[in-house]
Design a protein around this ligand. Structure first.
Ligand SMILES: [Zn+2]
Length: 219
């Protein structure tokens, strides 16, 4: 993926803020990207919550929105609808229909081990679960999504990734569902592949998936 320099990131951030504050959207089309930024104007008399069309573009809140409410997390019916649409759409998420999952925007995603954290999926511990009645909470980093000008497909892939962390097993005796956090299918350093190739089973599967994708897209 193209990595924009700090000046570009800054310019995009400012542009996004201006467009967003004006309640407008702006579409930027280049040879490699087709990005729409800003919040669409909600028609008069229609509340944002009621007009949640599952195909409506979803944009992260601005820094000002988090600041004005003095909160690190913001709910978004659009983001929630996006998540629900993925759960209904993909058979691999069928079991998640029985699971209660909250999804929120987080003001700052931060970084871990030198890598930006774009999202996180956590299982609710007992007491929080009792109060919130949610099994899992996913947060999506509003700042990173904004600064990297994620398009809708990238945002969708990010939500898909976080949903993939949710696993379930049925208790052998009681049949009761037990939810868990699933680790990544593969963890890898690029140099490792350069030096040793797909030396491990996980990496071989990763390579097969990639080759299938390349075949399907005719590359
Ligand atoms: Zn992950």
């Amino acid at each position: 993926m193209y990595e924009p320099g700090p000046a570009v990131v800054d310019a995009v951030r400012n542009l996004h803020r201006v467009v967003n504050n004006a309640g407008a959207t702006m579409r930027i089309v280049t040879a490699e990207n087709d990005v729409t930024i800003g919040q669409p104007v909600v028609p008069d008399g229609v509340s944002g919550h009621a007009s949640t069309d599952p195909r409506q573009p979803v944009f992260p809140p601005t820094e000002a929105e988090f600041e004005s409410l003095e909160t690190d997390f913001l709910e978004s019916p659009e983001l929630d609808a996006f998540k629900n649409r993925l759960i209904v759409q993909w058979p691999e998420f069928q079991s998640l229909r029985q699971c209660s999952i909250d999804i929120l925007w987080k003001a700052k995603g931060g970084a871990s081990g030198g890598k930006l954290t774009f999202g996180k999926c956590s299982k609710m511990p007992g007491l929080s679960r009792y109060y919130s009645r949610e099994d899992f909470v996913i947060w999506i980093a509003a700042d990173h999504v904004r600064n990297y000008a994620f398009d809708q497909v990238q945002l969708e892939a990010l939500i898909y990734h976080e949903l993939s962390h949710i696993g379930v097993e049925a208790d052998e005796k009681t049949g009761e569902l037990k939810w868990s956090i699933v680790a990544h299918d593969a963890t890898v350093f690029f140099n490792e592949i350069t030096r040793y190739g797909t030396w491990q089973q996980d990496l071989r599967i990763l390579r097969q998936s990639y080759e299938q994708l390349a075949l399907a897209s005719g590359q």
